[in-house]
Design a protein around this ligand. Sequence first.
Ligand code: ADP
Length: 400
Amino acid sequence: MKILVINSGSSSLKYQLIDMETESVLAKGLCERIGIADSNFVYKAHGQTIERQIDMPDHKVAVKLVLDKLTDKDVGVISSMEEIDGVGHRVVASGEAFKKPTLVTPEAMELMEQIKDLAPLHNPAAIVGVNACLAQMPNTPMVLVFDTGFHFTMPDYAYMYAVDYSHYEKYKIRRYGAHGTSHKYVAEEAAKYLGKNIEDLKIITCHLGNGSSISAVKGGKCIDTSMGFTPLAGVPMGTRSGDIDFAAAEYIARKEGMDVSQMLTYLNKKCGMLGVSGVSSDFRDLSAAVEAGNDRARLALDMFAYSVKKYVGAYAAALDGVDVVVFTAGIGENDDKVRAASLENMDYLGIRLDPDKNAHCPRGTVAEISARDSKVKVLVIPTNEELVIARETIREAKLA
Ligand code: ADP
């Protein structure tokens, strides 16, 4: 069984072909600058990377190039397109229109059109990606897998905003969350690693990357998450503000002469670590700047760790206790200083890191970094969102 996973951006398309018998990646890569000059095509298979500047005027051409490479006599990994049993498409926002992975049908795509404006940069790209794949593989089952899907188990008091209820009814204004496939994956992997039934565990999953979100997972189900109606909420991120008093944003907008859409761009692209430090959105650059004595970089990192810590405390309360804390994604998997600062002085909750295990945490594998006597297990787990999408594709398309 082979599943192609597609993650379409407005001018990019990431892909992975996964052999589901072994859950291993056969080939993967990226098409960048689609529809822009100097399009770039990257294909990785057999331990080799091929990178070419090839004209890609649209996503259809990009998908065709991907399929040509996958079936290429010399560098391909399959002999024909028919070997692809299904295609899983990542979709950022679902609104309340889709509460679970959904088979691609004309009706589903009609619904996708209706929720385009929930994620104006991402959802239209997903539609383009699906149509590009359908044009090449009209008979292959395809499934839409939503970043928000894992969070639909939140109770109403966790997902509702305290606004006029009619606005929830009319516009479905509420918390949806993000990174659902990642939270689901690492929570399940944590249970597997500990040899426990996920139904018996209270897990806090910290997906800390360019975008960061934290979830409270009880018995395998999400009961709360830090991102909101869009991925702007929660902890401060690379370039996103995270939680902010709306009145403060309005005040800046008034003073700086920004309209609402400019304000949103500001909050999404100019704030967070970049805005506070004035250095970079990348945590490696920030660490280097701190070493060099930059106090605003220090401030940005302190704010980030403090915010993560507050969410861990809040979710321990929401879960009525906590058994496991998991770190994942670029920062969570790699930045031991952030991990240590985020869980500092939490012995009273039974959370104690082993400084040595944390500092020398092996990369690319599940690692336990809590002290031997820590009541709460702290794990670092490499995320694998594509694998979750591929598994959901098999389940939803009933391929197994
Ligand atoms: P996304 O998938 O959201 O684009 P990632 O999960 O790949 O993001 O995380 C990217 C971030 O991870 C980078 O911006 C960087 O700050 C951080 N990161 C990656 N490697 C390291 C590292 N070795 N040390 C510290 N931070 C790192």
